[in-house]
Design a protein around this ligand. Structure first.
Ligand SMILES: *Cc1c(COP(=O)(O)O)cnc(C)c1O
Length: 394
């Protein structure tokens, strides 16, 4: 039950992957003089930077590694605090925790993204950054978040893992803060099985992120570096096969997003006649990926009744992505003296207990979006789903 890119896997991905296998070059580096070396990772980086209108893009092995190298690029040090929403995928926390950082959780609002009004009172002298997560393809309220960051001198690391293709007021998300992390795992808008991307306009951040992902090397390993490496890195490289598939998917991204928007508009229009709920807030209705259609019921009882009738779950019951359901994260938060019990973020608990995610592009029970439509649904399938929803509401 994957993301929309999987539904649209086709000849483009197959040909691109075969071409790489036939070239014999699967590693991101190869003999530049050999015309068989296709430089797919390099090409993906250029294409993604252009797509985002960013100066630099870096391909990595996953969204988790993208977050990790981005945090390292910002120079965040063990003990530094970083403000993260209480509703996100576990990797938003684990990547920071493995860097020795302290995730300070904050509430979400009805966009299901970080609530800008819950940030400032959590800032301490140790706070160094804010990590807004563009949850379920929906951009955060970046104007307010950037204003807070500026006022307090904080970095902004955008977790855009669920939102490749989204934009905020005309700018591609991931390029509004200092640096942005993307994922290419199968549940995202586009995918290469696994993989990640980083986008930034800052050359220094790009170079450190590159070094972190490639054993301390300068971008693309140009020149003699032995004796000159200033950075100790790890290996979070992407390989040529993944990049070939990612390039093919990137070519479909705008069409995926526009198709999802059309299908969701039809669905929203049909279900809006059932009362008792509102759609979640879209901070930029023209920039949202439309991978999901989230409805927030007036009461928890109604949310449970409707989701049960459709064989789905309320978001708080969906297992993943909810802080209170992450026992391993809670155990760590307890160890470092941060709030670590269910109920610590009451506004988030309340909103998620009344929310249901209807699939539009991402069909994923782990998101509570096991029910709904998909990118290939026909008008009559959308009508049937809408009808089922409306009748479950009555
Ligand atoms: C998927 C996801 C990640 C991690 O991406 P991987 O490619 O699975 O490592 C990080 N943050 C969020 C919000 C995600 O949804």
């Amino acid at each position: 039950m994957p993301g929309p890119g999987v539904y649209w896997f086709g000849k483009e991905e197959l040909d691109a992957a075969l071409e790489v296998l036939q070239s014999g070059y699967l590693f991101r580096y190869g003999d530049e003089k050999d015309p068989r070396f296709l430089k797919k990772v390099y090409t993906l980086e250029k294409a993604f930077a252009e797509y985002c209108n960013a100066e630099y893009a870096l391909a990595t092995s996953s969204g988790t590694s993208s977050l990790l190298v981005s945090a390292a690029a910002l120079g965040l040090k063990p003990g530094d605090e970083i403000i993260v929403p209480a509703y996100t995928f576990v990797a938003s926390y684990s990547s920071l925790i493995f860097m020795g950082l302290v995730p300070v959780l904050a509430e979400i609002d009805e966009s299901l993204c970080l609530d800008p009004s819950d940030i400032e009172h959590r800032i301490t002298e140790r706070t160094k950054a804010i990590l807004p997560v563009h949850m379920l393809g929906n951009p955060c309220d970046m104007d307010r978040i950037m204003a807070i960051a500026k006022k307090h001198g904080l970095y902004v690391l955008e977790d855009a893992c669920q939102a490749a293709g989204a934009s905020y007021k005309g700018k591609k998300i991931g390029t509004i803060g200092n640096i942005g992390a993307f994922s290419l795992n199968i549940f995202k808008t586009i995918n290469s099985g696994d993989g990640g991307l980083v986008a930034t306009n800052d050359k220094d951040l790009y170079e450190i992120a590159f070094g972190m992902h490639d054993q301390g090397h300068k971008p693309n390993r140009t020149g003699v570096e032995v004796g000159n490496r200033v950075l100790l890195g790890l290996n979070f490289r992407m390989n040529e096969l993944s990049a070939a598939v990612a390039i093919a998917q990137l070519g479909k991204l705008d069409r995926i997003v526009s198709t999802l928007r059309e299908k969701r508009a039809i669905l929203k229009n049909l279900i809006s006649k059932a009362g008792g709920f509102r759609f979640r807030t879209l901070n930029d209705p023209d920039g949202d990926c439309a991978t999901l259609c989230t409805v927030i019921f007036d009461t928890r009882e109604q949310a449970v009744k409707v989701s049960k009738a459709l064989g789905s779950k309320t978001v708080d019951q969906s297992g993943w992505h909810v802080y209170a359901n992450m026992e391993h994260v809670l155990a760590h938060l307890k160890k470092i003296g941060q709030p670590h019990t269910k109920g610590s973020y009451p506004k988030t608990d309340d909103i998620l207990s009344r929310s249901m995610n209807i699939s539009v592009g991402v069909v994923d029970g782990g998101l509570g979006a096991g029910w709904g439509i998909n990118i290939n649904s026909t008008d009559s399938e959308i009508e049937a789903a809408a009808k089922a929803f409306v009748s479950a509401c009555s």
